[in-house]
Design a protein around this ligand. Structure first.
Ligand SMILES: [Zn+2]
Ligand SMILES: [Zn+2]
Length: 218
């Protein structure tokens, strides 16, 4: 069957459309016919016939709606687009190098050669939409990847933090005190940011575990 509102292909008997969210009114013919239930697995969107008895040794995890337990789910991808403008304005790095080479007046180098750059950043988030109650929830495979990426970023921040302190130490030792102070401040900023980021990451992991518990059946 197809959505009455937008024409998106829907599993038989779906009450809500995964693309536009429109409620589907069932025709009498459809309601009387007994349709085989389908289960969607992972991100592949592959449909398999639902088995009456699921053997206990099977490793297949099927996804169900955490709200109503319904198994007729549709996959849906949302794309977030961020437009970032970087460059333009004062560059601290160039200013620092300018200071090293030309002394205090070298700070003006920070204004040299800065061009505005605009980059478009897109992130895809995959959701399941329940055909029975319209509930929308994150796809676990997709969410897991996102959390892993954030974890990598957090580890990188830790490395940058250590590097900033080492750089500050070296700069103090060779009496580049201006650069040393900048590195020290950078290191301190990282020290403040790391626990905040870790805290957020842990919260997200807990939400993930909760959804995993509520939406998967072994
Ligand atoms: Zn629709
Ligand atoms: Zn549901």
């Amino acid at each position: 069957m197809y959505c009455r509102n937008c024409g998106n292909k829907l599993p038989e008997g779906a009450r809500f459309c995964g693309a536009c969210g429109a409620e589907q009114k069932q025709s009498m013919v459809n309601a009387d016919e007994k349709q085989p239930e389908t289960v969607y697995q992972g991100m592949t969107g592959k449909t398999v016939e639902k088995q009456d008895v699921i053997s206990s040794d099977s490793e297949i995890k099927s996804v169900k709606c955490p709200k109503c337990g319904g198994k007729r789910l549709q996959i849906m991808t949302e794309t977030d687009t961020h437009v970032k403008t970087s460059g333009g304005g004062y560059s601290a790095t160039k200013g620092c190098f300018g200071w090293l080479i030309f002394g205090p007046f070298g700070l003006l180098c920070g204004n040299c050669g800065s061009k505005q750059k605009t980059s478009v950043d897109t992130t895809n988030k995959t959701y399941w939409v329940c055909s029975d109650c319209g509930n929308k929830f994150r796809n676990l495979d997709d969410w897991k990847k996102e959390i892993e990426e954030k974890e990598k970023l957090a580890n990188n921040t830790m490395i940058y933090c250590v590097l900033a302190f080492i750089a500050a130490f070296i700069c103090f030792a060779i009496r580049f005190s201006f650069l040393a102070w900048i590195m020290l401040i950078l290191g301190i900023v990282y020290v403040i940011l790391i626990p905040v980021g870790k805290n957020q990451l842990n919260q997200e992991k807990e939400e993930y575990k909760k959804l995993e518990y509520e939406s998967t059946e072994k």
